[in-house]
Every structure is written in structure tokens, then in C-alpha cells.
Design a protein around this ligand. Sequence first.
Ligand code: SF4
Length: 85
Amino acid sequence: MGCLLNREIDLDRFRCRGCGACVEVCPDAFCMDEDGEKAKVIDSAKAPDEAVQLAVAMCPTQCIELHKREERGGRDLCSRMEKKG
Ligand code: SF4
């Protein structure tokens, strides 16, 4: 869970098909865009970790990824590894 304390959420809008599942389970982090066709990230810091991870798990196109924000400015993919371990 530690890597989510300082996280970034990446949402690949090209792959998003606008089902709205992420908005439904985690409205603190996601909303639909002005056209209502694609989701976008509002604020990655406010949302509970469990809700963000649920949104990642429920996305049918797997276009949401969580990244750890590194102090040096780099980042590592962590969400998929956490689910396995
Ligand atoms: S769950 Fe995935 S496909 Fe559905 S709106 Fe959110 S990002 Fe787009």
C-alpha cells in the first residue's frame, strides 16, 4: 500500500471508451469530460486508495494506471504489482 501514498493516476483517454465505471466507484478522482464521452482525472490525491484501486480493476479497457511519484522525479508502475502481491 505504501506506493499509493504518493501516487499519480494516468488515464489513457485514447483507450477510454467512456463507460463511466471509474467515475461511479471513485468520483473523487475521476469525472467525465465536457462531452461526456471520456473520463478524466480530477484529483489523484483526495481519493481513497481502495476506491482508486477499484476503478483500476473495473476499467474494461485497463486504461487507468497508478504510478509512484519518486522524490527524484521518476516514477514506477506499481498498481499491477500490488494486486498480485
Ligand atoms: S472505467 Fe475505463 S473505460 Fe470506463 S470511463 Fe473509466 S477510464 Fe474510461
